[in-house]
Design a protein around this ligand. Structure first.
Ligand code: MRU
Length: 352
């Protein structure tokens, strides 16, 4: 299954984007046909397509759509709207920028070539992260033949193209017979863990337990977790990492329990132009999705709400960042107590 792909036109004329509609999972598996930039911006904002790597590919394919379907004087505005559809994931703006640069040189077909290259690199990159992450866990936990790993949100195939990031490491552990179980945080308010990650793990035949988000700290403190694996939406130059709201709390709990905390993300999520987490824009998704779920009220209709979709985990709480090219060991820069020290390593440096 590909979460997102480009479908060429039967004859002359533009193709379209085909994507899984993630808002309808797990009850209904349905696909969307996206043939305009307006439809794509709506799909991104409604989270029909979501997860940083998938957003990168969507953004690049959206530029191809824009160039192929819109009058020349409307393309630039459409590309800007696409780029701004969601602010936190680095990949969306990067995908748009890469495809737009190609479009200016070679038009719609060049933009599409860039998007397809990004799609293919995502598939290969996720395989590389799976292997590297599983290997790192063997090194970190040599005396644990079967691991209990905790994760949040959805970092699987649904968040990328064919394979995921953190969840692809868990899939690799399962394939190798090294997974005791995955503990999956529900991930309020939109339940990406319960709806999407649980769905993916079921399809894999992997053993998992779904937990309410607030159970994670006590399960970790009680010795029930060997490692925490999360994805990333944007990684600043000092290693501070924005990811789904609740990730920071997991990192604090992991530090308290002495559990390794790994971020698994492609290089395309590393934003060396952003110095630290303080400079990362956090998307606010408004009140509606906290006051109700799929139309069913979960709070008074007029309850005041604060709904940041992401938080920033300081580099000091991260054991390592695993990318498609390297492992960045952050522990070398932390105090023995794992507390914050202001010396996050530069992600410009290649792994030694
Ligand atoms: O709001 P979402 O569902 O797009 O948030 C997704 C996450 O926070 C993921 O952990 C992150 O994008 C990495 S996906 C491989």
């Amino acid at each position: 299954m590909r979460t997102i792909d480009w479908v060429p036109a039967d004859g002359p004329g533009p193709g379209h984007i085909r994507m899984v509609d993630q808002t309808r999972l797990p009850d209904t598996f349905a696909e969307l046909r996206i043939s305009t930039v307006d439809q794509l911006v709506d799909a991104i904002q409604r989270l029909s397509v979501r997860g940083a790597p998938a957003l990168g590919v969507a953004g690049a394919m959206g530029v191809a759509l824009a160039v192929q379907t819109l009058p020349t004087d409307e393309v630039r505005t459409a590309v800007d709207r696409l780029r701004a559809a969601r602010p936190t994931a680095a990949n969306l703006a990067l995908g748009v920028d890469l495809a737009w640069a190609q479009a200016q040189r070679g038009g719609g077909s060049a933009a599409l070539d860039a998007a397809l290259a990004m799609r293919d690199e995502d598939i290969a990159g996720c395989r590389a992260m799976a292997a590297r992450g599983a290997e790192l866990l063997s090194q970190l936990l040599p005396d644990r033949p079967r691991l209990r790993v905790l994760t949040i949100c959805n970092t699987g195939a649904l968040a990328a193209v064919e394979h995921g990031t953190a969840l692809s490491v868990i899939e690799r552990l399962h394939d190798e017979g090294r997974l005791d179980r995955a503990l999956v945080c529900e991930t309020r308010p939109l339940l990406q863990g319960a709806r999407l990650t649980a769905w993916e793990l079921s399809r894999m035949g992997a053993r998992y337990e779904l937990i309410v988000d607030s159970a994670a700290a006590s399960i970790m403190a009680g010795g029930g977790v060997d490692a925490v694996l999360v994805g990333a939406d944007r990684i600043a130059a000092n290693g501070d990492t924005a990811n789904k709201i609740g990730t920071f709390a997991l990192a604090l709990a992991a530090a308290h329990a002495g559990v390794p905390f790994l971020v698994v993300a492609p290089e395309t999520t590393v934003d060396t132009a952003t110095a630290s987490g303080a400079d990362i824009e956090i998307e606010d998704r408004g009140a509606d999705e906290v006051r109700a779920f799929r139309g069913v009220p979960t709070a008074p209709a007029d309850a005041p709400v604060r709904n940041p979709a992401f938080d920033v985990t300081p580099a000091a709480l991260i054991t390592a960042i695993v990318t498609d090219r390297r492992v960045v060991d952050l522990t070398a820069h932390q105090t023995p107590a794992g507390r914050s020290v202001n010396v996050g390593p530069s992600l410009n440096e290649e792994e030694a």
